[in-house]
Design a protein around this ligand. Structure first.
Ligand code: NAP
Ligand code: COA
Length: 275
């Protein structure tokens, strides 16, 4: 089969939250799409939203922890489009828990989705990506990949693994024409994070005060960074991680604590919304 003329992007977890915003941004840039996750409801809702952006959409029910299901996903993309240019490894699971209370299955669930899933999807996508004239992978991680993630040891360890995978594949696949980068979003309110992480307005406010820019980011701000990284404007960038977090991970230095304006974090004023 002749490959379709439009470029094609696969976004795992593309039916909700940041994955949906990234997929919509890529549709606006002229991509056709494949989205993959476990829930038919997420896939149906996400596909309908993405078609309104003018994209052709293939939605494949997939658990990224299962290599056979991931292989099937890539076969569907080959059958429908005959090509793949961009892979966004966005699917993830997370819940806050003290390390000593985390069960082996809880560890396996999160590490399986984030680390195994990213590797299985990248590995299965390689044959199609290596035939694309402008192939690119973006892995969605988090700053605790290089900092520390107390209360979320499973996700922090898995995202650190994805960061190592990003840098390793960037070098290994550079000669195959595939760029591999990562994006580390700061706090962004999505259905998933409102349900799993900041589950009350009090927690939302506590998180907000820890962000130097004084506000949560938006899904579109993450999508904009991904759109840049997969574009030809980023053609010489590989193996890098871009934090988009209003300054959050840089945090508070010792000297700042000596300044009167920073002595009371509860006074961080609300930041200006984007736009
Ligand atoms: P979300 O809406 O809950 O997204 C998670 C997505 O992953 C869902 O679409 C889910 O779909 C999919 N998924 C979960 N398990 C899967 C599996 N086994 N196989 C396939 N798909 C699976 O949350 P989000 O906030 O948009 O998060 C998106 C990404 O951003 C994640 O990588 C997250 O770690 C990262 N991130 C988010 C924030 C933030 O503040 N929002 C901050 C830092 C990093 P199904 O339920 O249909 O499977
Ligand atoms: N606290 C403690 N343990 C938890 C937990 C929580 N909130 N949620 C799940 N677990 C444990 C379960 O008890 C189980 O361990 P056990 O067998 O020892 O009891 C293990 O994790 C697997 O749970 P299960 O519900 O079977 O996993 P799943 O594969 O159906 O779901 C999760 C994966 C747990 C990551 C689920 O939260 C999910 O689907 N998340 C996707 C969305 C998301 O997390 N978004 C947030 C932004 S990334």
């Amino acid at each position: 089969m002749e490959p379709t003329s439009k470029p094609v992007a696969l976004v795992t977890g593309g039916g909700t939250g940041l994955g949906l915003a990234i997929a919509a941004g890529l549709a606006d840039d002229g991509y056709d799409l494949a989205i993959a996750s476990r829930s038919d409801e997420h896939l149906t809702r996400g596909s309908a939203a993405l078609r309104r952006h003018g994209a052709r959409v293939v939605a494949v029910r997939t658990d990224v922890r299962e290599p056979d299901q991931v292989d099937h996903l890539l076969e569907e993309i080959q059958r429908e489009y005959g090509r793949l240019d961009v892979l966004i490894n966005n699917a993830a699971g997370n819940f806050p828990i003290a390390a000593e209370s985390l069960s082996p299955n809880g560890w396996r669930a999160v590490v399986g989705i984030v680390l195994d899933g990213t590797f299985f999807c990248s590995r299965a996508a390689f044959p199609l990506l290596s035939r694309s004239p402008h192939a690119s992978i973006v892995n969605i991680i988090a700053a605790y990949a290089w900092m520390s993630g107390p209360g979320t040891v499973h996700s922090a360890a898995a995202k650190a693994g994805v960061l190592a995978l990003t840098r390793t594949l960037a070098v290994e696949w550079a000669s195959r024409g595939i760029r591999v980068n990562a994006v580390a979003p700061g706090p962004i309110r999505t259905e998933g994070t409102d349900r799993q992480l900041w589950t009350s307005e009090e927690l939302v406010e506590r998180v907000r005060r820890g962000i130097p820019m004084g506000r949560f980011g938006t899904p579109e701000e993450i999508a904009d960074a991904v759109r840049f990284l997969v574009s030809s404007r980023a053609g010489y960038i590989t193996g890098q991680v871009l934090a988009i977090d209003g300054g959050q991970w840089l945090g508070t230095g010792v000297m700042e604590l000596l300044q009167p304006f920073a002595s009371d974090r509860s006074s961080v004023p609300p930041g200006k919304p984007p736009g």
